[in-house]
Design a protein around this ligand. Structure first.
Ligand code: PEP
Length: 257
């Protein structure tokens, strides 16, 4: 009942020209199976902000949606270096990644910022992909669930159950991002199951069952099948492996019926 979402987070990689070339190569592999893919999954690419215009044009007529990696919660104002939801929407952006661990740990974004951004995305009818996940030290101290639940509770504060069909959660253990270390499907499922229980407690069973929970952290063509086989893993947020058309196309086609 939940449609999978396979999303590429390009981070601060690929200029507009490089992005066009990757998308052309990706579309050559994906467009012929678009109808088959559309049966059970959605696709997304979140390029660097400066490439959003070029990527939007390159994706025209494809089944791949356009995402942003971050945004501010205000529509305009004195916020040097930021972009707003209306500005992104004007370029056809439909999804926005919020609270990625690099935003939290490198740019010190707080749960409160994350919450404001999730609310803003919903207000503007965009899909927020809210990232949560523990550091290695937190995992080793057996604090994984405590940290993830705190991030969920604060990040989704005052977000109503009606948002369930729109909000996407991405579980991304910080120790697995860009490190080549993936959580095992069992480790990921355990956290995803707990996230679903949290959503059930806060929003009720049907809203929890509707919400998509993605896994992110060194997803590759070799591990995507076993991750997607788990009942509470509804897709993937892919960094490094989404930068190359071949590997991203293989991930996109995983478990295609
Ligand atoms: C990410 O950017 O969200 C990510 C999971 O990166 P990687 O796949 O490279 O670990």
């Amino acid at each position: 009942m939940r449609r999978k979402l396979i999303a590429g987070n390009w981070k601060m990689n690929l200029s507009a020209n490089e992005a066009r070339a990757v998308i052309a190569a990706l579309r050559a592999q994906i467009d012929p199976v678009a109808a088959q893919l559309a049966k059970d999954r959605e696709l997304l690419i979140a390029p660097t902000t400066l490439a959003i215009g070029a990527v939007g044009q390159a994706l025209a007529g494809s089944s791949i949606a356009l995402g942003a990696q971050n945004m501010h919660w205000e529509d305009s104002g004195a916020f040097t270096g930021e972009v707003s939801a209306p500005m992104l929407k004007a370029f056809g952006v439909t999804h926005v990644i919020i609270g990625h661990s690099e935003r939290r740990h490198v740019f010190f974004e707080t749960d409160e910022f994350v919450n404001r951004k999730v609310a803003t995305a919903l207000k503007h009818r965009m899909v927020p992909i809210m990232c949560v996940g523990e550091t290695l030290a937190e995992r080793e101290a057996s604090r994984t669930l405590e940290v993830v639940m705190r991030q969920l509770e604060n990040g989704l504060s005052n977000i109503p159950a009606e948002a369930a069909g729109t909000v996407v959660i991405a579980y991304e253990p910080v120790w697995a991002i860009g490190t080549g270390k993936t959580a095992t499907p069992e480790q990921a499922q355990l956290v995803h199951g707990s996230i679903r229980e949290f959503l059930d407690d806060s929003w009720g069973k049907s809203a929890a069952a509707e919400t998509r929970i993605l896994y992110g952290g060194s997803v590759t063509p070799d591990n995507i099948d076993s991750l997607l086989a788990k009942p509470d893993i509804d897709g993937a947020l892919v960094g490094g492996a989404s930068l190359k058309a071949d590997s991203f196309a293989r991930i996109i086609r995983a478990r295609l019926k």
